[in-house]
Design a protein around this ligand. Structure first.
Ligand code: F42
Length: 140
């Protein structure tokens, strides 16, 4: 079985531990807004990776925004999901097995981007901060 390797960022690993350890009761927000935990495989190591992301729910599907605070490069989980789209998403006490796809159709992407910014307004500022178009996945 693959081993779980926690994020090297302490605050991220701590949030995952609190979220999962409480069964989705504690550690479920960032800046007062809800967060989901995405579990997937690392495409090079095969290890299990867990990434907290803002909760952007649209009709039972989840929008995953690879913003990384407007950093110049995509987060590594972007490459993991491109290589293997199977994920587990924990939303509070619920856990769903889902498949993700990167949204490349411009009109679909702009619609989902609107939902993302409604759920977490700082995404707008993150996009202004970087010249890379921030990738968006839809988990369904
Ligand atoms: N990040 C976002 O991009 N969007 C969000 O909405 C978001 C919300 C959020 C809420 C709460 C919270 O605690 C964190 C939040 N973050 C959000 C930060 C997010 O959880 C990630 O920490 C951030 O996006 C960076 O992702 P990353 O995958 O680049 O993480 C790095 C620091 C990391 O964990 N690296 C590991 C490492 O060891 O360096 C894992 C590396 C990895 O995945 N390796 C792959 C493998 O095979 O195992 C290979 C990857 C490759 O291509 O080399």
């Amino acid at each position: 079985m693959a081993t779980y390797i926690p994020s090297p960022k302490d605050w991220v690993a701590a949030q995952v531990e609190l979220y999962e350890g409480s069964g989705g009761i504690d550690g479920t927000t960032l800046k007062g807004l809800p967060v989901v935990i995405v579990t997937n495989k690392g495409w090079k190591t095969g290890a299990i990776r867990k990434t907290p992301l803002m909760r952007v729910e649209v009709g039972g599907k989840y929008v995953l925004v690879a913003s990384q605070g407007g950093a110049p490069k995509h987060p590594l989980w972007y490459h993991n999901l491109k290589a293997d789209p199977k994920v587990k998403i924990q939303d509070g006490t619920e856990i769903y097995e889902m498949t993700v796809r990167e949204v490349t159709d411009e009109s679909e992407k702009s619609q989902l981007w609107k939902s993302a910014v409604e759920a977490y307004p700082p995404y707008e500022e993150y996009q202004e901060r970087t010249s890379r178009p921030i990738p968006v996945f839809l988990a369904e």
